[in-house]
Ligand binder design. Structure first.
Ligand SMILES: Nc1ncnc2c1ncn2[C@@H]1O[C@H](COP(=O)(O)OP(=O)(O)O)[C@@H](O)[C@H]1O
Ligand SMILES: [Mg+2]
Length: 362
């Protein structure tokens, strides 16, 4: 992925810029302080050319619905900045697993628990027809409470539709059929990416990186296309974990676990084998996350602008004068008020009686 230099943080009404948090292939992430409610938020700003307003509209609806899942990053709002860049306001997460696996050996129990949570988030998304398309350690962030959450749902999909496929592809976690461009993403490519991500967290290196020899991208892609599995090589990693990871990274898509949920269950078996407390699968009941489908003919929604109707003083004086000229005598309006009051009272009493009768019948 081409390196790009970060752009300046945009001016966002209601938010004050604090500092830069990081940059990816097509976006910069900044820390802002929101004025009301007062809280720290992460703002992801995409390049203005990266995505159209309509695409942003559709994708943020998907992301907002998915973010109800306990292992998916919460998205608060999305809009277009005054200088024309699409941005998303999200929960601020102080940590990322990408920075963690490089500097420390994450305990196997934690790797399993993270893998199960993230796989259940992916399974939940698949059940409502959404692919993540960029599962990798840097998209697993840790909340202020230390929980792992999957970020960037739909972002890669948005970018892939307007840019070349390569821009959105994170090669070390991409399945052979993605690298060979015979697939543009499927449940099987997501199972591969999940297994490659869990492998990376456990091994401290990506599954097909060269341990010696050629380190260029062409030979990396070549090793992925052969899909020859290298065991984790950690004394505390059981053979069962290697078997599960190898099962998620089989060369042929049909030979892998059939779903992210099945991969999560296989990790749960490893937990049980090790006598660890089980991590539960957060998989929703059917009917979860009714995603707002873009309705045909509806104009694209723009940035939300709150407005309050303020009457001018001159208009108020004019209205008051005409009202007093046409006003009914107070007695008449009071009489009308009394009639309405009695009618409402009778209505409430009848409704009360009906409710009581219903209760007795039950
Ligand atoms: N919600 C967030 N809270 C804190 N840091 C974040 C958040 N989202 C992204 N970041 C940071 O910004 C960096 C760039 O993010 P991104 O543009 O998604 O690129 P990538 O996922 O390829 O690293 C990430 O590596 C991460 O450290
Ligand atoms: Mg990311």
């Amino acid at each position: 992925m081409a390196k790009r230099s970060p752009l300046a943080p945009p001016v966002l009404p209601g938010y004050s810029y604090v500092r830069a948090l990081g940059s990816g292939g097509f976006a910069d992430v900044f820390l802002y302080r929101q004025d009301m409610p007062r809280r720290e938020v992460a703002v992801k700003v995409l390049e203005s050319s990266a995505v159209s307003a309509e695409l942003l509209d559709n994708e943020v609806d998907v992301m907002a619905s998915l973010s109800a899942h306990p292992s998916i990053l919460t998205v608060y709002e999305a809009s277009i900045s005054a200088d024309g860049r699409p941005y998303m306001v999200m929960e601020f997460c102080p940590g990322s697993l990408s920075s963690r696996y490089r500097v420390e050996q994450i305990p196997i129990a934690e790797v399993l628990s993270i893998g199960i949570r993230v796989a259940s988030a992916v399974e939940a998304a698949h059940r409502v027809g959404v692919l993540h398309r960029d599962i990798k350690p840097s998209n697993i962030l840790t909340t202020q409470f230390g929980h792992p959450v999957l970020a960037d749902f739909g972002v890669a999909a948005m970018i892939a539709t307007v840019e070349s496929e390569d821009v959105a592809m994170s090669v070390p976690w991409s399945a052979p059929e993605l690298v060979a461009r015979t697939s543009s993403g499927s449940i099987a490519t997501e199972v591969w990416a999940l297994a490659a991500t869990v492998y990376t967290l456990a091994a401290g290196r990506t599954p097909f990186q060269s341990l010696d020899g050629r380190r260029d991208e062409a030979s990396h892609r070549d090793r992925i296309s052969k899909a020859r599995y290298t065991p984790l090589g950690r004394p505390d990693a059981p053979a069962a974990l290697d078997a599960v990871l190898a099962g998620g990274m089989r060369r042929l898509p049909g030979d892998r676990y059939q779903s992210a949920g099945a991969f999560a269950e296989a990790l749960q078996h490893v937990e049980r084998e090790l006598g660890l407390p089980g991590t539960s699968l957060d998989i929703p009941s059917s009917g979860w996350a009714p995603i707002a489908a873009p309705s045909a003919g509806e104009p694209p929604r723009g940035p939300v602008r709150s407005t309050v109707q303020v009457e001018s003083k001159r208009a108020r004086v004019a209205t008051a004068a005409s009202a007093s000229a046409t006003a009914k005598p107070p007695a008449a309006s009071n009489r009308r008020g009394t009639v309405v009051g009695i009618a409402t009272g009778i209505g409430i009493a009848l409704a009360g009686l009906a409710a009581a009768a219903w209760w007795v019948l039950l």
